[in-house]
Write a protein that binds this ligand. Sequence first.
Ligand SMILES: [Zn+2]
Length: 258
Amino acid sequence: MNYSQQLTIIKSLIPNTDVDTRMDCPFCHNTNTLTIKKNNADLMWYCFHASCSAKGNHQDEVTMQQVYETVVAKRKEKEKPFVLPSSFISIHSEPKCVEYLKKNNCIKAKEKEKVSFMYDVKQHRIVFLIKEKEKLRGAIGRGLNSNVYPKWYIYGDKSYPFICGNKDKAILVEDCASACAVSHLYSGVALMGTSLPDSFIPVIRKKYKEVIVALDRDATTKSFDISNKLRYYIPTKVKMLQDDLKYFNEQQIESILQ
Ligand SMILES: [Zn+2]
């Protein structure tokens, strides 16, 4: 059944309010395999049955209120470009920076990918710069010893992810160092935690053809929550890890992710 036929049927199944529901699939007739989510103007559906290809997403025309909110939000975003704090200096001024990059398998990414690191002398952090193409969007710093709290700190705009690598398959990992460690195989996207901020979804959707969610075994439920959010748009797999990918070298990561 094609997209618009599916859409017509899906619309007939739900009320005109926001929904997040699961039901028997009208396309493959399996029990409780179809999820439907409607949130404002966004309608998404997905059937979990292996034999069924029912899935899609649809955006209704937006209301004036939504247009206004988007325009205002965009303008605000433009008003505040990220300016490098004056406390950011070269990583070569603090030996612990290079030590950190080596220990966490980021050195190769530094050499091969367009990724920039700095040292925040004020907060004693190694800083991963967040860029969208060439534009600076923000920065994320990791404390260089255990007295620095919190361990990770996000400077400025939190709406755009730190990404390392230029592949068309993305892997969602917990932090920036792991994103760098996997960049020979995938584009590493740092979640900075174990959940997916809504603002990352359009970025991931636009840039990638496939996604792997690779989090710690302890975060299994959250991994599936993330993949449930993304699979409406992109083929998404979950990979459970014994340990963070930043602790492994390129060859080890290849065998873990196989
Ligand atoms: Zn189905």
